[in-house]
Design a protein around this ligand. Structure first.
Ligand code: FES
Ligand code: MG
Length: 571
């Protein structure tokens, strides 16, 4: 095959003044001249940050990557981009996913590089990087940071999902302050992102099933030396990908998106997956809609026995055979001819994968749970859709009729939740408004509301909860999320009143408010859109341009791609 002229040569290969300018300052780093004479330049897009603890080991990991790039004859150049730490960023990291993606897109396009490695870890650092890179469409490979080792506390293995249990036990006085604090250090005891199949590991699995990463990217623990081997091999591979001109559009096809949805169901992956995959599809130009998530996942059982839907951790899944072994179990349903980052077809990567532990990886005939995936609900409460994760829900609540207990926003919820006079029973349906993309703003992970104190005291563990917000990938419960349109833009969710009857029917995929159209129209007359008071800056831009949950919460103006070309020089 005839080799394409390297994009980086538009900078470094120039004669005269322009070449001088593009090379001279680079040489202050000690790079000899021959590096500029036609090697594939590989940009390493690094989300290292001490404020993103899940990605704090990325300097070291980048060194392994660079060794691979050098070995293959490439020229690695590392650059930082906005890094989003899920646990610290207020009001929610999701508010900044699109901003980070713009940083990534423009950093790649504007700079001399032929291929890109995306270093992703904590929840939003994967979608923001993949979205940004997809809008440029260079050869691109993802290296994830890997999951933490499972924590150990009082003789038990623990992970992020246990946080919700600890919080409840602490609230009930069953866990002392001292033990509660000790649990913090026991839970996050190693480098890496959250240990369960939360959103970070869901994203790492998403890139592997899409074909954007090498096999085993999803599960090798961060602390395992094989994570560095994977980085090294990804470094070698990206140089080859540049030579083959294997671009993101070659890998991200409609079929690979369908694969990712099916694999996510087999894993019991996070509901955040929906928003991020929709946004990525929008950037790469693949038609995907919210109904596809139900269509391609409802027939897939839960294969992986990993928290929060199961019992173990992503680390254990690696020891049992990793994602290739899970994909092998559902391979009769997957498109095996999609091309992946290692240049092979998906089928070649997974069909010979071995399973070492049937307690971790079930089969289609003997799955861990019969129902998994994402249920997409429709009805007058969510005409554009709402979602629920059946594998994390209580089976007896999947068909439920109850009366609404309404919280107008997050402050109202926090104020009244534990009020002894709150008119609530275990059969009530908790409704939280104004936590959607525009309403909060940024659609935070508050959808799995803690239950009211007086309900917890009755020993009740789950209730039906409905909101236009999201839920942490480590959360669980019978929780209806992503109600669209959201209450802040006047969706019917905004019109729910205390005592209204609500009918949830997951088997039939419906969610209805038992209030007549006439009555809803009457209530709509007095609906007042929320005044948020953000009249400047990024947050204002977010509110003006963000799309609804069923469209992926991307900015309307970011849909699509502008490609890698820049016509004008800087001098
Ligand atoms: Fe970073 Fe969970 S907080 S992955
Ligand atoms: Mg999260």
């Amino acid at each position: 095959m005839e080799e394409k002229k390297l994009r980086s040569q538009e900078w470094f290969g120039r004669k005269g003044k322009d070449g001088f300018i593009y090379r001279a300052w680079m040489k202050n780093q000690g790079f000899p001249h021959h590096l500029f004479e036609g090697r594939p330049v590989i940009g390493i897009c690094n989300t290292y940050s001490e404020l993103t603890p899940c990605n704090a080991h990325f300097r070291e990991l980048a060194e392994a990557l660079k060794r691979g790039i050098w070995e293959a004859g490439g020229f690695p150049l590392e650059f930082p981009v906005m890094s989003l730490g899920e646990c610290s960023i207020k009001p929610t990291a999701m508010l900044f996913r699109n901003l980070a993606s713009m940083d990534v897109e423009e950093s790649i396009r504007a700079n001399p590089m032929d291929g890109v490695v995306l270093m992703c870890g904590c929840d939003k650092t994967t979608p923001s990087l993949v979205m940004g890179a997809a809008s440029v469409n260079l050869p691109t490979i993802v290296v994830s940071g890997g999951p933490m080792l499972a924590g150990r506390f009082k003789g038990r293995k623990i992970g992020t999902s246990d946080l919700w249990r600890f919080a409840e036990e602490f609230k009930k006085g069953e866990l002392s302050q001292e033990d509660f604090t000790a649990a913090e250090a026991a839970m996050a005891r190693s480098q890496g992102h959250c240990a369960p199949m939360g959103t970070a590991s869901t994203m790492a699995a998403m890139v592997e099933s899409l074909g954007l990463a090498l096999p085993d990217n999803a599960t090798i623990p961060a602390a395992d030396s094989r994570r560095k081997v994977l980085a090294h091999m990804s470094g070698i591979r990206i140089v080859e990908m540049v030579k083959e001109d294997l671009k993101m559009t070659d890998i991200l096809t409609r079929k690979s998106f369908e694969n990712a949805i099916m694999v996510n169901a087999a894993l019991g992956g996070s509901t955040n997956f929906i928003l991020h995959l929709l946004a990525i599809a929008g950037r790469i130009g693949v038609e995907l809609n919210i109904d596809d998530f139900d269509k391609f996942s409802s027939h897939i059982p839960l294969i992986a026995n990993v928290q929060p839907s199961g019992e173990n951790f992503v680390e254990d899944l690696f020891y049992a055979g990793g994602l290739p072994a899970v994909m092998r179990e559902v391979s009769s349903l997957l498109h095996l001819d999609t091309i992946t980052a290692n240049g092979k077809k998906l089928g070649e990567n997974v069909l010979n994968a071995e399973c070492w532990d049937r307690n971790l990886i079930g089969t289609l005939e003997k799955p861990f749970k019969p129902e998994s995936g994402i249920a997409v609900l429709k009805g007058n409460l969510c005409p554009e859709g709402a979602v629920l994760k059946p594998s994390a829900a209580t089976p007896s609540l999947l068909q439920h009729r109850g009366q609404a207990v309404v919280f107008e926003d997050i402050d109202d919820y926090k104020k009244r939740l534990d009020d002894p006079d709150l008119d609530v029973t275990p059969d009530s349906v908790l409704v939280l408004k104004n936590v959607g993309p525009r309403g909060y703003p940024g659609m935070p992970e508050v959808g799995n509301m803690q239950l009211p104190m007086k309900i917890i005291q009755q020993g009740v563990k789950d209730m039906v909860r409905i909101s236009d917000g999201r839920m942490s990938g480590t959360g669980y419960g019978t929780v209806v999320l992503h109600v669209s349109p959201e209450s802040a833009v006047g969706g019917n969710l905004a019109l729910v009143q205390n005592g209204d009857w609500i009918q949830l029917d997951v088997p039939n995929r419906t969610l209805n408010l038992e209030v007549s159209d006439e009555e809803l129209a009457k209530r709509r007359v007095s609906f007042q859109p929320l005044q948020l008071g953000y009249d400047r800056g990024y947050v204002n831009m977010f509110i003006q341009n963000v799309t609804q949950a069923h469209e992926g919460v991307d900015f309307d103006f970011l849909k699509g791609a502008s490609g890698p070309e820049v016509k004008r020089d800087s001098h």
